[in-house]
Design a binder for this molecule. Structure first.
Ligand SMILES: Cc1cc2nc3c(=O)[nH]c(=O)nc-3n(C[C@H](O)[C@H](O)[C@H](O)COP(=O)(O)O)c2cc1C
Length: 195
């Protein structure tokens, strides 16, 4: 089984990273291949909007996008955790979304598609109180999953987390939920249709 985790934050040592590490820590089984990226560390250039990929399924740019997307499309489980930046996903994650255009189902000439059923998990974290703002983040991730044929099996919203310590001190049950989800999914990803 392969699990691909995307930290949608600009930073690789914050709450999204902690939640992804919690998920990875909850995975059981020997033959699990786990890969984690932080979009803030990746070499990801803005989409140029040239639409050349609509003709040949390839991007004109060469950076980390292809490798990351390849690891998404060959996974069994994909987890994307993103903080709210101005009530939206961070620009780095949006750049990854935009650069996935060669592989989305709106591209008539895409050359790489998911060969199997992939389960997706969306996690949103924000500093403020209203959970509604996180819905925008979760919807953006689910929209992305949808165009890649990835089934969203869980949407997790965490509020009132500005610093990592807020998460660790006040969100023990959310962290436990993520560990348990990883545990269940890694035992049987097929039988976990839960939102
Ligand atoms: C540029 C920027 C914009 C932000 N905008 C919002 C916001 O609109 N709403 C909110 O609740 N939190 C906002 N935050 C706070 C982050 O969502 C919060 O600190 C989150 O826990 C960071 O996750 P991380 O530790 O994984 O980076 C913003 C943070 C930054 C750096």
């Amino acid at each position: 089984m392969k699990i691909t985790c995307i930290n949608g934050s600009a930073r690789n040592n914050g709450s999204c990273n902690y939640l992804l590490d919690s998920f990875i820590g909850g995975i059981t089984g020997d033959s699990v291949d786990t890969v984690k990226y932080c979009v803030g560390d990746a070499d990801l250039h803005f989409c140029k909007g040239c639409k050349k990929c609509y003709f040949d399924g390839k991007c004109v740019q060469s950076d980390d996008a292809k490798k990351i997307i390849d690891d998404i499309l060959t996974a069994d489980i994909v987890v994307i955790a993103a903080p709210s930046y101005w009530a939206d996903v961070p620009a780095q994650l949006k750049t990854l979304f935009d650069r996935t255009t060669p592989y989305g189902d709106t591209n008539p000439n895409r050359i790489l598609t998911a060969r199997k059923s992939i389960k997706g998990i969306a996690i949103a974290v924000r500093a403020g109180v209203r959970a509604q703002e996180n819905e925008l983040i979760l919807n953006a991730i689910e929209h992305y999953f949808g165009h890649l044929g990835i089934d969203t099996v869980s949407r997790i919203s965490i509020t009132q987390v500005d610093k990592l310590n807020d998460l660790i001190v006040n969100h023990e049950s959310d962290i436990r939920q993520i560990v348990e989800l990883a545990n269940k999914l890694s035992q049987n990803p097929i039988c976990y249709p839960h939102k």
